[in-house]
Ligand binder design. Sequence first.
Ligand SMILES: C[S@@+](CC[C@H](N)C(=O)[O-])C[C@H]1O[C@@H](n2cnc3c(N)ncnc32)[C@H](O)[C@@H]1O
Length: 219
Amino acid sequence: MSLQKNIEEQYGKRLDKNDLYNSDYSRFSEGERSEKLKLLVKEFLNVTTNITVLEIGAGQGGNISLLKEIGFSDQTIFMNELLPERIAHIKKNYPGIKIFEGNALDINFDQKFDCIFQSTVFTSILNEHDRVKLANKMWKLLNHGGIILWYDFIYNNPGNADVKKVSVDEVKALFALATKTKIVKVTLAPPIGRRVGKLYNLFNVPFLRSHILGVFQKQ
Ligand SMILES: C[S@@+](CC[C@H](N)C(=O)[O-])C[C@H]1O[C@@H](n2cnc3c(N)ncnc32)[C@H](O)[C@@H]1O
């Protein structure tokens, strides 16, 4: 099955799995991710008015406000998404933002970017060959001095066969040409986080975290 068909099927099944939203868990985990991500970007990139970001697999555009907090703007934020209903949502809610529609692998992007962001896209791609192709495409689209910004999980979820972890070693291999790399663990694992609710920060120690944030810089 093609990558596009695979993704369409997976997300068709997921429509009723939105119970995570608006919970204490999502509030705390998103807050933690945002703070750590902002610090990481600041360490590697001076986000001035002409510095651009492309988010691959942007979903409904949920990361746009975070990108704006970092210093990007309607003029410097570019989105990519494959699923038509998600593209329609971005267009309706963020009319100023440019979108490259379709499978990121097939698009002829007409420019390069200073930051290329992926958040929980690679774990939706089960085939290793497609993962390598997408990582290579992202690398090609990156300006010199720019960064790949990565957020994804590193452990499998036995209850969800539609997604597959990307281990730390696999991510490092995908961006082996990076001259400077930083990886930090983040996000209290969902099965624990959902149970502990407001006690998120008490339980959020590195060995209970399920995701990583990574930066891979191209010289
Ligand atoms: C789990 S969602 C994450 C959405 C968003 N990045 C976020 O952090 O909320 C993964 C998204 O990646 C998109 N996607 C997966 N493979 C893609 C590809 N090859 N090209 C473009 N989008 C893709 C899916 O359609 C889906 O909307």
